[in-house]
Write a protein that binds this ligand. Structure first.
Ligand code: SIN
Length: 553
C-alpha cells in the first residue's frame, strides 16, 4: 500500500512534533513513530531547557558558555541563532499550555547546570521533558491534518539516486521521495511518499550497555540517512552523563545535573570530595570533565560507583524540587534526603549526527533533520547541559520556512513516483534463529562500552572496528535472508551507528571534549579544529530484484 503525505515526520519528540504542528497549516502531515506517540527521549528529559530569561543574563553569555563547553568545535552562527531565538520559541510553548516552575510572585524558577555561568534552566519540577511532550502531543492531536502512525519504523529512504542510475547518492541532483516503513504490529511494509521528510528520530544511547536513554534510541535516523548518502559528522563525541543511579534494576536512571545545581556534592565512597582537583567549577564543571574524573577515580579505587550527596537540602525541598527523582530512588531503596546516592556515568547524548544547515536542511534535497539526530554545530565537542530541547525547538521552527518553500516550489514528479516499487520480501523466510539478533545486540553494546567508552586508545578502537565489521557482514546476511522485524532493523542501525562512532574516533588524532584517546592526550588545534565528516558512496538501485536496498558494505 502507498500512503502519500505532503510532509512526513519521523520521530515524535520535541523536534518532530514542533515541526509537524507548524507545517500542518501548509499540507497533510504523517508522523511515524516507532513506539507509542509519547515515547521519546524528550519525555525523559529531567533538568530542563536552557534559555536567557534572567535580568542578569545575556545572549552573549549563553553563547560563550555553549562555545567554551564545545571546546572550539561549535558553529558560532547556529549557536547565536539557538541562544537568540530560544526565548521566543519558549513563549510559544507557554502559549500552547506548557507550565514551567515560577518563584512565587516573581519570574521563572531558573535552575543551574554544569558549564552555565548563570541560572537559566527553565524546568517543570524534574519532569520538564514530559511537560513539553504533553503540551505538544495535545496540540498535535487537535490537528485534523496530522495523521499519526504509532508502532511504525522507517526501514530505508527512497531517493532519486535509488531509482536512477545516473544520480549519485547525496549529490545535488539527489532528493528524498519517501520511505519504506514497517508496521511492526502487523509486520506489513508500507510505502510512504512525501514532498518533504524530516528525520527527528533522536539519539543512539542503546549503542552502549549503560545508558540513560529510552529503548527507542538506536541510531535509526543516522543509519537510515547514512545509507542513503547523507553526510554524518562528529560521531566520536558521545556524551556520558556523570550521574546515573547505580542499581542493577534501575536501567541507569538519570539523576539530573540540576541536583548538583542545587548544591549536590560528588564524593568517593570514603566520603572525600574530589572534583575540586579537576576543575575550578568543581561538581558543576562541564560534563566531559566530570564524567572523566569519575571514571578515573573509580578505576583508581576499584569502586563500582561514587556518591552524590544532597543531604544538605531540607527533605521537603528535595521532595518539592525533585519529586520524580526522589520517588524513583526511594523505590530502589535510597532516601536521598538522608543518604548519598550511588552514581555512575552512562551514555546520554549523541553530539554528532546528520549534517544540516541553519534551517535543518541536509545535503539531500527535501530531507531535513532536527533534534538529537542532527548535527547543527550547536554542541561542538561537548554539549552544554539543557541545550538539546532548545536545539529541537529552534531548528524545527526554522526548518518550516525552508521546507514549505521547497514543497511549494517543486512538486514531486509523478513519473518518478510511479517508478517506486512496492516492498517485496523476495525469498526471505521467517527466522528460526532470533538468538543471532539478541547475541549481536549484546556484543555490540558491551564492546562499545569497553573499547569506545569515556577513555579510548587506538588499539581498543581498532579492535572494536574489526569486530563491528564482522558483525555488519553477519547482520547484512541475516537482513537479506530473513523477513525483517523491528529487532533486525534496530540491530542493523545500531551497528552502523557504532561503526560511525568508531570511524570518527579513529580519524580524530587528538583529545578534545568528549573524545579522549590515551594515545593522543593533547588537543591539537592546528590539525583538528575541524569536524569529522563521513558519507556513504555505495550506489544501489531499488529494483524489482533488489527491493531491500542492501546498501551498506
Ligand atoms: C539532566 O537533567 O541532567 C539532563 C539535562 C541534559 O542532558 O541536558
Amino acid at each position: 500500500m502507498t500512503i502519500a503525505k505532503d510532509f512526513i515526520v519521523i520521530g515524535s519528540g520535541v523536534a518532530g512534533l514542533t515541526f509537524a504542528l507548524k507545517v500542518c497549516k501548509f499540507g497533510s502531515v504523517g508522523i511515524i513513530t516507532k513506539d507509542a506517540l509519547e515515547e521519546s527521549a524528550t519525555k525523559y528529559a529531567q533538568g530542563g531547557i536552557a534559555s536567557v530569561m534572567a535580568e542578569d543574563d545575556s545572549f552573549d553569555l549563553h553563547v560563550k558558555d555553549t562555545m567554551e563547553t564545545g571546546r572550539g568545535l561549535c558553529h558560532e552562527d547556529f549557536v547565536r541563532i539557538a541562544c537568540g531565538e530560544g526565548p521566543a520559541r519558549i513563549r510559544e510553548l507557554i502559549e500552547l499550555g506548557a507550565k514551567f516552575d515560577r518563584v512565587r510572585g516573581a519570574g521563572f524558577d531558573l535552575g543551574k547546570e554544569g558549564g552555565h555561568s548563570k541560572r537559566r534552566i527553565l524546568h517543570a519540577n524534574d519532569l520538564t521533558g514530559w511537560e513539553i511532550e504533553r503540551t505538544l502531543i495535545e496540540a498535535v492531536q487537535a490537528q485534523e491534518n496530522i495523521e499519526i502512525f504509532e508502532h511504525h519504523m522507517a526501514i530505508d529512504l527512497i531517493t532519486r539516486a535509488r531509482l536512477e542510475e545516473d544520480v549519485q547518492p547525496g549529490s545535488p541532483q539527489d532528493e528524498a521521495l519517501g520511505l519504506y516503513v514497517l508496521d511492526h504490529k502487523t509486520q506489513k511494509v508500507e510505502t510512504m511518499v512525501g514532498g518533504i521528510i524530516l528525520l527527528a528520530t533522536g539519539g543512539a544511547g542503546k549503542v552502549y550497555v549503560y545508558t540513560s536513554n529510552p529503548d527507542t534510541a538506536t541510531g535509526d535516523g543516522v543509519a537510515v540517512a547514512y545509507r542513503a548518502g547523507a553526510q554524518i559528522a562528529n560521531m566520536e563525541f558521545f556524551q556520558f552523563h556523570p550521574t546515573c543511579l547505580f542499581h542493577p534494576k534501575a536501567k541507569s536512571f538519570l539523576i539530573s545535573e540540576t541536583v548538583r545545581g542545587e548544591g549536590g556534592v560528588l564524593r568517593l565512597q570514603n566520603g572525600n570530595t574530589f572534583m575540586e582537583s579537576y576543575h575550578p567549577l568543581g561538581c558543576l564543571a562541564p560534563r566531559d570533565v566530570v564524567a572523566r574524573a569519575i571514571d578515573y577515580e573509580m578505576k583508581k579505587s576499584g569502586d563500582d560507583y561514587v556518591l552524590l550527596d544532597v543531604t544538605h537540602l531540607e527533605g521537603y525541598r528535595i521532595r518539592e524540587r525533585f519529586p520524580n527523582i526522589y520517588k524513583t530512588c526511594l523505590d530502589f531503596g535510597f532516601d536521598m534526603s538522608r543518604e548519598p546516592l550511588p552514581v555512575v556515568p552512562a551514555a546520554h547524548y549523541m553530539c554528532g549526527g546528520l549534517v544540516v544547515d541553519v534551517s535543518g536542511q541536509t545535503n539531500i534535497k527535501r530531507l531535513f533533520a532536527s533534534g538529537e539526530v542532527c548535527f547543527s554545530g550547536l554542541h561542538g565537542a561537548n554539549r552544554l547541559a539543557s541545550n538539546s530541547l532548545l536545539e529541537g525547538l529552534v531548528l524545527s521552527h526554522r526548518a518550516v520556512e525552508k521546507a514549505v518553500g521547497i514543497f511549494k516550489e517543486s512538486k514531486l514528479s509523478k513519473t518518478l513516483l510511479e517508478q517506486i516499487p512496492e516492498w517485496d520480501p523476495g525469498s526471505a523466510v521467517d527466522s528460526d534463529e532470533s538468538v543471532v539478533v539478541s547475541h549481536n545486540w549484546d556484543e555490540i553494546r558491551r564492546l562499545m562500552w569497553n573499547y569506545v567508552g569515556i577513555v579510548r586508545s587506538t588499539k581498543r578502537l581498532k579492535r572494536a572496528e574489526r569486530r563491528i565489521q564482522l558483525l555488519l557482514e553477519e547482520i547484512q546476511e541475516y537482513y537479506w535472508n530473513f523477513k525483517i522485524t523491528k529487532d533486525t532493523l534496530e540491530l542493523r542501525n545500531l551497528t552502523i551507528t557504532a561503526q560511525l562512532i568508531i570511524q570518527g574516533a579513529l580519524t580524530r588524532k587528538e583529545s578534545r571534549g568528549l573524545h579522549y584517546n590515551l594515545d593522543y592526550p593533547e588537543t591539537d588545534d592546528k590539525h583538528w579544529k575541524q569536524d569529522t565528516v563521513f558519507q556513504n558512496r555505495v550506489h544501489r538501485l531499488i529494483t524489482q530484484t533488489n527491493p531491500r536496498i542492501v546498501t551498506h558494505e
